[in-house]
Design a binder for this molecule. Structure first.
Ligand code: UD1
Ligand code: CA
Length: 474
């Protein structure tokens, strides 16, 4: 986004320790809805079309930088930089570290790595309020403002200063309008203010919030963009807060889907850790988790307790309870389930499972990197890996493709209309010719001809009138 032709540069403060998480993992790498807190903020910056994104790191800097560099580089077209803040002397000191990375001609938006749910449109409104020439603060009223910086206004309503809770008098503490921690300000104004900060306050820190006083002294207008949605400015400081934010986020996602017509058995028992797209008349039972990119076609029904990641499920398919679909990120590894398919209960579809129309996969069946053409069925206790399975194949209970020789993976091809009996081992590489039948209990190591019955097991022998040994009498 550009405002009066000015580019937006984002500074994300993420150097703090996060002591209250009581974790070895840096706070900003804890996950909300499957993404690191800091990743949410970086993605928000991407949504603003930021020019530069400068992340201030300190505690756990190496880990934070390693975790972020990868996805961001692959993602949006902005320049992501990390700047170290050592030691951490306050929010003003944090932003001071970013100064060399910030051009003078941009508008700077200051965000925190532990405030994950700020919406792009809110920040756009804040940037409009800044208007390329003002100091714009995102503020909110809290019934209990304890701990927050209070917004001091003159009788006219004009903002005078932010007073931190620890520095505030009793009268000031009664003020309920607080600074959210988010501001937008032209870099050309911000930089000289940062140079003037001192740490003469209750905490002995360099407060970013002191720039308000400097703006007022200089006659630069200070404007507020006041919101009512506390979720957008909520920070994560403890596992309890993280869980609260997670539930609040999930409830929003659930409500948005229900407004589109999706029927959730219980919006409180529903989790999306990525992106879920649903066509009309989708029904989702309780305790399902969706991760990565999942698309559900028209009329799809998902049973209770399913975990589904990176998958496309075709119209009318039914996923019975306790099914685990674990597609990968790439097109090749994503799982595809064709229209009208019946999957589960207790089925496992692994990366690269591609199932055609009306395929049936039953309980305790595992499919990995395999294509099953329309109408193929594997209803009980089976493994199909690195395979091509033709139309209408019936794959018996307890049968497996032995795709791994201890060093390499090999392919099994089962042509159309084959019937594989129960308890067979198909030792790859091997092809079962179209329309063929493999007798139960067979271990198949050689290709079979189309239409043939192949039986590969010891011949049945019966000894008539067989006398079982008897117990010796003492
Ligand atoms: C800050 C604001 C306060 C506001 C509140 C909103 C200041 C002085 N106060 O308070 O007015 O109401 O946010 O939550 O700015 N950080 C660093 N380096 C540091 C210190 C902090 O990177 O040296 C990071 C933290 O990791 C965190 C963010 O800056 O992500 C905010 O720091 P925090 O200590 O939570 O700010 P508060 O003192 O709570
Ligand atoms: Ca805080």
């Amino acid at each position: 986004m550009k405002q009066n032709g000015q580019a937006v540069d984002v500074v994300i403060m993420a150097a703090g320790k996060g002591t209250r998480m009581k974790s070895r993992l840096p706070k900003v790498l804890h996950r909300l809805a499957g993404r690191a807190l800091l990743q949410h903020v970086v993605d928000t910056a991407a949504g603003l079309n930021a020019r530069h994104v400068v992340v201030i790191t300190g505690h756990g800097a190496m880990e934070v930088e390693a975790a972020l560099a990868q996805p961001a580089r692959a993602g949006a077209g902005f320049d992501l930089k990390f700047v170290r803040q050592e030691p951490q002397l306050g929010t003003g000191h944090a932003v001071q570290q970013a100064v060399p990375a910030l051009p003078d001609d941009g508008v700077v938006v200051v965000l925190s790595g532990d405030v994950p749910l700020t919406q792009v449109d809110t920040l756009q409104a804040l940037i409009r309020a800044c208007d390329g020439s003002k100091l714009a603060l995102l503020t909110i009223d809290f019934a209990d403002p304890t701990g927050y910086g209070r917004i001091m206004r003159a009788g006219t309503g004009a903002m005078q200063a932010i007073v931190e809770h620890k520095d505030a008098s009793e009268a000031q503490r009664a003020i309920t309008e607080v600074y959210s921690g988010i501001m937008a300000v032209p870099a050309a104004l911000l930089k000289p203010w940062l140079a003037k900060l001192n740490n003469q306050n209750a905490q002995g820190e360099y407060y970013l919030t002191d720039v308000v006083k400097f703006a007022v002294e200089q006659g630069v207008p200070v404007v507020a963009h006041k919101i009512t949605d506390a979720l957008q400015v909520a920070g994560v400081n403890s596992p309890v807060q993280l869980a609260e934010l997670e539930r609040a986020y999930q409830l929003r996602v659930a409500k948005a889907l229900m407004e589109q017509g999706v029927r959730l058995a219980d919006p409180a028992r529903f989790d999306v850790r990525g992106e879920l797209q649903c066509a009309q008349d989708v029904e989702i039972d309780v305790n399902c988790i969706f991760a990565g990119r999942v698309e559900l076609g028209e009329g799809v029904r998902i049973g209770a307790n399913c975990v589904i990641s990176n998958a496309r499920i075709g119209a009318g398919a039914v996923i019975h309870p306790y099914t685990h679909i674990e597609g990968g990120n790439s097109d090749k590894d994503a799982v595809e389930v064709g229209p009208g398919a019946l999957i589960g209960p207790f089925a496992r579809l692994r990366p690269g499972a591609k199932l055609g129309q009306e395929v049936h996969i039953g309980n305790f069946v595992e499919i990995k990197n395999a294509t099953l053409a329309n109408g193929a069925k594997a209803n009980h206790l089976a493994y199909i890996g690195d395979s091509k399975v033709g139309e209408r194949v019936n794959y018996g209970a307890g049968s497996i493709t032995a795709n791994y020789d201890g060093a390499n993976k090999h392919t099994t091809v089962i042509e159309a209309d084959v019937h594989i009996g129960s308890n067979c081992v198909l030792v790859a590489p091997v092809t079962i010719g179209a329309g063929g039948t493999v007798g139960g209990g067979s271990t198949i190591t050689k290709d079979t001809a189309p239409g043939a019955l192949t039986v590969a097991r010891a011949k049945q022998v019966s000894i008539t009138n067989w006398q079982r040994p008897e117990k010796k009498k003492k």
